[in-house]
Design a protein around this ligand. Structure first.
Ligand code: 7PJ
Length: 270
């Protein structure tokens, strides 16, 4: 899964483009095409910054950022379009334009989100976050047992989805690396990710360029590729099915190599 941000700070070489949704969408299409050529099977389009402390965006602004990109990428590329959003209106409109997956860091907690997601008929990725907004999630993360609490939360959200008519088979789970977690919590979640297989659903992992990598390696965000690859390899080794990344070409190589080794263990050499 390749990350495609359509927030105002994401096309830094084209500030004036933001006045024109169509040009932003064209830049987004170029990036998406590059990631597809590098081996991405899913493009995750996000119009809301979920960085700790980020300002909220209005529904209309999020729609204006995301929908033109969805429409253009859907028309031009053969790839699954994922919508990184928590906003019911965005789910509905993006689904109508051909999006194929809803990816919600708030696990459909917003008012109307479960019903709107159910009505689209699309698969949904439910992510764990402690504290329910990116604005306050990193203030003082605390867990008695982070893996158990993430698992219990996801289990509760699965229940809410199933009760609203989203079949279990349509759900994907994500422990939510960096969302209301200290470095120790993030490392423990990665080490014990197998325990989440008890929930019986595919796992998605997003650690690309995150603070946890920066903290271990003492590197700024533009120097976290190699550390991010290490986490992707571990996640695949522990059975993650989707890896959400900025650096698609490098991650595809690392994942393919990992999978070749894992296949050999099953007596199935490439
Ligand atoms: C994640 C996400 C993640 C899922 C972001 C960033 C922050 N969606 N959206 N999982 N992270 N499912 O990319 O640094 O970890 S935005």
């Amino acid at each position: 899964m390749g990350i495609l941000n359509v927030t105002p700070d994401s096309f830094s070489d084209g500030g004036s483009y933001h006045d024109d949704g169509r040009l932003v969408a064209e830049r987004a299409l170029q990036r998406a095409a590059g990631m597809v050529a590098e081996g991405a099977g899913i493009i995750d389009i996000g119009g809301e910054s979920t960085r700790p402390g980020a300002e909220p965006v209005s529904v209309q602004e999020e729609l204006d950022r995301v929908l033109p990109a969805v429409e253009l990428i859907r028309r031009e590329l053969d790839v699954v379009i994922s919508i990184d959003s928590s906003t019911p209106e965005v789910f509905t409109e993006a689904a109508a334009l051909g999006a194929g997956l809803l990816n919600d860091v708030r696990a459909l907690a917003r008012d109307g989100a479960v019903a709107a997601a159910a009505a689209t008929g699309l698969p949904v990725c439910l992510m764990h976050m402690q504290g329910n907004t990116p604005a306050d999630m990193q203030l003082a993360p605390h867990y008695d047992d982070v893996v158990q609490e993430v698992s219990a939360f996801l289990s509760q959200r699965i229940g809410a989805c199933v009760a609203a008519g989203i079949p279990r088979e349509r759900l994907i789970l994500d422990p939510g690396f960096g969302f209301g977690k200290t470095l120790e919590h993030n490392l423990r979640l990665l080490n014990r990710m197998e325990e989440l297989h008890e929930l019986g659903l595919p796992l998605l992992v997003g650690t690309s360029r995150k603070t946890m990598v920066g903290q271990v390696l003492d590197r700024p965000v533009d120097q976290r590729l190699h550390g991010s690859l290490a986490t992707a390899v571990i996640a695949v080794g522990k059975g993650a099915r989707i890896i959400r990344v900025h650096d698609v070409a490098a991650t595809v190589d690392a994942v393919r190599m990992t999978e070749a080794v894992l296949r050999e263990a099953k007596g199935d050499v490439e």
